[in-house]
Structure formats: structure tokens, C-alpha cells
Design a protein around this ligand. Structure first.
Ligand SMILES: Nc1ncnc2c1ncn2[C@@H]1O[C@H](COP(=O)(O)OP(=O)(O)OP(=O)(O)O)[C@@H](O)[C@H]1O
Ligand SMILES: [Mg+2]
Length: 382
């Protein structure tokens, strides 16, 4: 409720002078030259936990996971934008597909984009497309992924890694529902539902000025946080059964000393680490049919190990090579820095590269503060 206390210039709402008015979300109030918009903070959806123990390929029996399932079930059939958050390996990539399948868009495409895997210029042309000759090497026109997702759903993975310039372009697409490919003189309408995922703390990224608040507000209409495995160890048997089933082993209730070992571990790499532990045990026990036939050994190196390389054979050679190098740099530099406790000099010694060079690489990937040097937009092989 807004009440004007006899102000000189008055309070304006929807073109009229008002003395008292009740405002709903999205309303804009004018006070002289200042416009105030009412934007409610997202309220936690208070739903009873789901009865279901699965959402698409995500499994979980814990209360925490069934609360997540309840929210996902509620929003699936709608047009609502969903932001999935959670630590590495918690299953964020499994959320978009079943949301799409349950919606009226199910006949349309689902297009996934790993926003962290590509350098800025490439990500831009991947998302928005380009016309022939828009830049050197653009020998043919390319429809952007947003245009390809028309009528369907786009999954923006690693949202927190989108460079600021691309964030601004993306916001326009979401606000106006049009895309303009690089070099094009016309925009075209797109009709997409957005599902986004991030392992970064986006509120902290906004506070640090690296992520646009208005974009987070747009994308975070519904925010779902996938809990880490250590907070829901009671899910371990169901997770083991599901992962073994995917590998063609019998999925009966796992038990025995192997299960005790799983329960005792902290799972920094969450379900991905569990998958890696099981995959290694399976590889070392040919002919194993059940969980009890496996020897469970836990090794910290398996925590976040993912599929190697992730080569993009849908890109031209130069761009595909650049994407792999970009991902390699981020992973490598991130790892040596972490091992050295963030000490650049020590990390440079371990990596046997010049400290300045390492700092430049670290900046390029936002791993240390400070702008990337102007010559950083290079091809990653200097
Ligand atoms: N609740 C779950 N039930 C079954 N499988 C799961 C579950 N959570 C994760 N997985 C499996 O664990 C692996 C890692 O999951 P995913 O790739 O979705 O992680 P992520 O959250 O995207 O992590 P990152 O932030 O590192 O990208 C995949 O093989 C996925 O199938
Ligand atoms: Mg992921």
C-alpha cells in the first residue's frame, strides 16, 4: 500500500495521480523523475515432499530430494524459467530434459549449451548465430542455438561462466524474445523456455559485480538447489542401484562392507564421484553381477573426473580445437592454483610456467581478480 503524504509533485501510477494505491508485483510507480518497480523476492515454494523417488533420471529417497522433486513436478508443465543450483556432480544436467518432456513444448527441440566451455566470441556466435562473412572464418551462415531451440527449451549450463557482454545480449533476448545473429540487420522472433544451471554461487557473483542482477532476476523465477550427497547419505543405496543398473548390473539393494565404506566417505564430487568409484570397481571385477561382487576403493582423484576432452565435432576444426584448449586451461590452471592454496608463484613453479603467464591464464578464466590482459583473447596456445 502506497500513500502520498501531500507531496509537491505527487505520486503517479499508470498515468494517473494517486493519493493511495495498493500495488501488485511488477507495478511501476513514478515520483518526479524516479521510477520504482515492485519486484517481489522469490518466495520458497512450500510444497509437501513428492511421493515419487525419481524425476527423469534423477533418483533419491531422502526428504531433501523429494522436496526438490515436488518443486520440479509442480513447475514441469508450465512455461516457467527454472534455475538449478548445486555443487559439482549433483545432477544438474539431468533436470532440463524431464522438465521439457512434461511441458507443452515436448514436441520441440531441447538444446543444451555449456556456457563455460567456449571463449567469449565463440559462445556469442554459438548462441546468437552469425551471417556469412560476419568475421574472418565465418564462411557460412550459422543459426544460433537460441534460434534452433525455437518452439522448445534451451538449457544454459554453467550459467555463472557467461561473460558480461554475452549476459547483456542474452538479457535482451529474454526480454524481447528476439535474436539478432552477428552481422545480421534483422532480428527474428524466438519462442524458447529457458532452464539454466550453475555450480557457482550466483548471488555472490552478482555481489562481486560479475553477474548481472537483472539477468539473475529473469532466470531465477524458480530456483532449485540440488543437495550434496553428504547431506543425504540415505540416498546412497538408491543411487548405487541406479548407477549399477545403467551399467547393466543387477540393481538389488546394495549391502555389506562396500556400502559401509560408501557411507563413511564425504563425497566432495557427489554423484559423479560415486559413479567414478563404481565404474572403477566394475572395471577391476570383470564378470561381477551384483554390488557385493565389487571391491569398493575410494580415491580422492576420482572426485570430479569427467569424460575426457568433450570434443565438439559439430564445430569447425579451429573452433573445436579452441574449445578444448579453453576447457583444458580452465581445468588445469584451476587445479594447480587450488593445490597451491591460491599462491600464484607456487602454482607457476609446479606447472613449470612463467608466473606472469600463469596469472594471465588465471585471469582469463576468472580464477584470480583483475581484468584479463588485452592480448588475452588469443587462441590459447601461446
Ligand atoms: N540424483 C541422481 N540420480 C542418478 N544419477 C545422478 C544423480 N545425480 C547425478 N547423477 C549422475 O551423476 C553424474 C554427474 O551428474 P551431472 O553431470 O548432472 O552433474 P552436474 O551437477 O552437472 O555437475 P557439474 O557442476 O560438475 O557440471 C551423471 O552421470 C549423472 O547421471
Ligand atoms: Mg554439469
Amino acid at each position: 500500500m502506497i500513500r502520498d503524504l501531500d507531496s509537491t509533485n505527487g505520486t503517479w501510477f499508470e498515468g494517473s495521480l494517486v493519493s493511495e494505491v495498493r500495488l501488485g508485483p511488477g507495478a511501476t510507480l513514478k515520483l518526479v523523475r524516479t521510477a520504482l518497480r515492485i519486484e517481489p523476492e522469490a518466495e520458497p515454494l512450500d510444497l509437501p515432499p513428492s511421493q515419487s523417488r525419481r524425476f527423469g533420471e534423477l533418483v533419491g529417497e531422502s526428504l531433501a530430494m523429494r522436496e526438490v522433486f515436488a518443486v520440479l513436478e509442480r513447475v514441469a508443465a508450465t512455461e516457467v524459467t527454472v534455475l538449478v543450483e548445486g555443487e559439482t556432480g549433483t545432477g544438474k544436467e539431468l533436470v532440463a530434459r524431464p522438465l521439457h518432456e512434461a511441458s507443452a513444448r515436448r514436441g520441440g527441440p531441447v538444446v543444451a549449451v555449456d556456457c563455460g566451455a567456449l571463449p567469449e566470441a565463440l559462445l556469442d556466435s554459438e548462441l546468437f548465430g552469425h551471417v556469412k562473412g560476419a568475421f574472418t572464418g565465418a564462411a557460412a551462415p550459422r543459426a544460433g542455438l537460441l534460434a534452433r531451440a525455437d518452439g522448445g527449451t534451451i538449457f544454459l549450463d554453467e550459467l555463472g561462466r557467461i561473460p558480461t557482454s554475452v549476459q547483456a545480449r542474452l538479457l535482451r533476448v529474454l526480454e524481447e524474445r528476439v535474436v539478432r545473429p552477428l552481422g545480421a540487420d534483422r532480428e527474428r522472433a524466438v519462442d524458447v523456455r529457458v532452464i539454466a544451471a550453475s555450480r557457482d554461487d550466483l548471488d555472490a557473483e552478482v555481489a562481486a559485480g560479475r553477474f548481472r542482477a537483472d539477468l539473475l532476476y529473469r532466470l531465477g523465477v524458480v530456483r532449485v538447489r540440488l543437495p550434496p550427497v553428504r547431506a543425504r547419505r540415505e540416498d546412497l543405496p538408491a543411487l548405487v542401484a541406479e548407477l549399477l543398473r545403467r551399467r547393466g548390473l543387477a540393481e538389488g539393494k546394495p549391502r555389506g562392507p562396500g556400502l559401509d565404506r560408501l557411507h563413511a566417505h564425504g563425497w566432495p564430487g557427489n554423484v559423479r564421484e560415486l559413479r567414478n568409484v563404481l565404474d572403477r570397481a566394475i572395471a577391476l571385477a570383470p564378470g561381477a553381477a551384483r554390488f557385493e561382487d565389487l571391491t569398493i576403493r575410494i580415491d580422492g582423484n576420482l572426485a570430479t573426473l569427467d569424460d575426457p576432452l568433450g570434443v565438439r565435432d559439430d564445430l569447425p576444426y579451429g573452433a573445436a580445437r579452441e574449445a578444448v584448449l579453453h576447457a583444458f586451461e580452465r581445468r588445469y590452471v584451476g587445479a594447480v592454483l587450488a593445490r597451491a592454496g591460491g599462491n600464484l608463484a607456487a602454482a607457476a613453479r609446479d606447472a613449470q610456467v612463467d608466473r606472469k603467464h600463469l596469472r594471465m591464464l588465471a585471469r582469463r578464466h576468472g580464477l584470480v581478480a583483475g581484468p584479463a590482459a588485452p592480448d588475452d583473447a588469443g587462441d590459447g596456445d601461446e
